[in-house]
Design a protein. Structure first.
Length: 262
């Protein structure tokens, strides 16, 4: 069964400036977490995937453990602003589900709290690039955690033709400059025939993205820095809608320009 939003809740790519890679914009700190009308259905799917495929969608290198705990603590202080409640040591989610976070499993806990996937990237003291050191990735769009864990940004994006050394240098400078008080965000635009949220794909394998697909998939991608560990968090909130749910302005971009697919 397809899990769809009733409308596309964000579409910055309707503005030409936001379609140019990397297309990042400032975001108010209070808005970096996000909940939409597909919360209950998406969270049920996340619980199913974490219960049946945890080894495929969850990983944390030893160097990322402190950052993962810091991220969970930060999220727990902020979710009340997004319709969550507290019941003793439990969290009452917007869909009415009562969930008890496990501090010993911070990424697993995050996977049961929010629709977004979370990736942790850290820059080694002797390194030039940020490295993916941990993630909960229930809704991959044509990639796998196994292919990317422990790899630096330029290597992570090797299958993306537009992500060359010049683009890699621009993105790395951006990562270096991110401040805890100023998250950044962008949204991509993808057209699929298959509306499934879980769509892993090994590197360089053919993609299921055709120009005539009737499902539009857009990821709200937020970059933020954790103040204590200084790790960068890449949060990916996925929305999927039928093409008929787009506004006329959104539909025009889909019909005429799908180059912004990173």
């Amino acid at each position: 069964m397809a899990i769809l939003q009733t409308r596309l809740p964000y579409a910055p790519w309707t503005h030409p400036a936001a379609r140019r890679l990397p297309g990042v914009m400032p975001l108010a700190p209070k808005d970096w977490l996000f909940v939409d009308d597909a919360y209950g259905a998406q969270m049920a799917e996340r619980a199913r995937i974490l219960a049946t495929q945890e080894d495929d969608v969850l990983a944390c290198m030893p160097c990322a453990r402190d950052a993962a705990r810091e991220l969970l603590d930060l999220v727990l202080t902020q979710v009340p602003q997004h319709g969550f409640g507290h019941q003793g040591g439990a969290i009452l989610r917007p869909d009415g589900v009562r969930f008890v976070p496990d501090p010993a499993r911070p990424l697993w806990s995050l996977g049961h709290l929010l629709q977004a996937d979370f990736c942790i990237l850290q820059k080694p003291r002797d390194g030039d690039e940020h490295v993916l050191t941990g993630a909960v990735l229930c809704f991959p769009s044509s990639w796998t955690l196994a292919d990317k864990l422990g790899r630096a940004l330029l290597r992570i994006h090797a299958p993306v033709n537009s992500y060359d050394a010049q683009m890699g240098a621009r993105v790395q400078r951006m990562f270096d400059m991110i401040r805890p008080e100023q998250p950044l965000w962008r949204a991509n635009l993808l057209r699929y025939e298959n509306p499934a949220l879980y769509q892993p794909r090994r590197e360089f394998a053919p993609k299921d993205k055709r120009g005539d697909g009737v499902y539009i998939r857009s990821e709200r991608q937020v970059l933020s820095r954790l103040p204590a560990s200084r790790a960068v968090v890449f949060a990916i909130h996925t929305a999927v809608v039928h093409i008929d749910a787009l506004t006329p302005e959104q539909r025009q971009v889909v019909d005429t320009n799908l180059t912004h697919a990173g």
